[in-house]
Design a binder for this molecule. Structure first.
Ligand SMILES: [Zn+2]
Length: 280
């Protein structure tokens, strides 16, 4: 399985050709002028002020449609950020310590293209990107067995990955384990697409997974009870909605529609019996 960015959209796929690090760097170098020309063309084509992207800070006349069933007002034409990316970035900026100047260690699993370079520039040496098979990340790892000691990170950010992971409860416990227990926090996001979580490990056929779980490499659909799984893994969870961080007019300008979903801000729970931050 690989959790790979599909183009600049920030969507993840378990498919696609494996490209070696050297080949990827050569390809990026060769395509850089084309990408720069494309960016300029988009800035001109979508010039306007009706929409504003909190990720890249640029304004546009509209966001682009995106999705298998295309959603309007979805993707920033400048940086590729989707609704959920703009929401989480706004939350990071408004309500977390991510962008203060103190040194921190951030584990970014399956890094989204629209975030990766920005976070790398801001965090510096403490920024660790990881993926199961994808090239271009700092570490190749299985989220169910994170190869770092306890308390290694101040922040763990992992979006739209757990719906691909066979043992998501183990992955959640691993994210809690490597988190600094007092001030550390994690943002573990999944699509909520069912009234209750639906999974069946016996389903391995991609066509059946597509039918039942919405994508050929998804192993479940999550419902609102996702939060209970996070709590079972040893987290205290704050559920954040768009209205918590943006007035309706600002949400419209940033394209934070219902597709932005909810955010799950997680901290390590304290065991009242021991006052230790225990992992179940
Ligand atoms: Zn943008």
């Amino acid at each position: 399985m690989r959790y790979e960015a599909r183009g600049t959209s920030g969507e993840w796929s378990s498919h696609g050709p494996r490209i070696t690090g050297v080949r990827a760097r050569l390809r990026d170098w060769a395509l850089a002028p084309l990408a720069a020309a494309q960016r300029v063309r988009r800035r001109v084509a979508y010039a306007g002020t009706r929409r504003s992207c909190p990720v890249c800070g640029r304004s546009s006349r509209c966001f682009l449609p995106y999705g298998i069933v295309p959603r309007t007002d979805a993707m920033c034409p400048q940086c590729g950020a989707l609704e959920r990316h703009r929401f989480v970035w706004l939350y990071f900026a408004q309500r977390t310590n991510l962008f203060d100047t103190r040194p921190k260690r951030l584990l970014h699993i399956a890094p989204e293209p629209c975030f990766r370079d920005r976070l790398a520039r801001h965090i510096g040496a403490g920024y660790v990107t990881a993926d199961m098979r994808r090239e271009g990340v700092a570490e190749t790892m299985d989220i169910m067995n994170i190869p770092h000691p306890d308390r290694s990170f101040d922040i763990v950010y992992c979006s739209h990955v757990l719906e691909h992971v066979p043992n998501d409860r183990a992955a959640m416990r691993e994210c809690a384990r490597v988190l600094e227990p007092t001030a550390g926090w994690a943002m573990l996001l999944v699509p909520i697409t069912a009234p209750h979580t639906d999974e069946d490990p016996s389903i391995t056929d991609p066509a059946e997974r597509l039918r039942r779980f919405g994508q050929g490499d998804h192993v479940r659909r999550y419902g609102p009870d996702y939060v209970d799984r996070l709590r079972d893994a040893g987290f205290v969870v704050e559920v954040v909605r768009v209205a918590d961080v943006a007035a309706p007019s600002a949400a419209l300008r940033m394209g934070l529609s219902a597709a932005a979903g909810e955010l799950y801000h997680c901290r390590r729970a304290v065991d009242p019996a021991t006052t230790h931050h225990a992992i179940p």
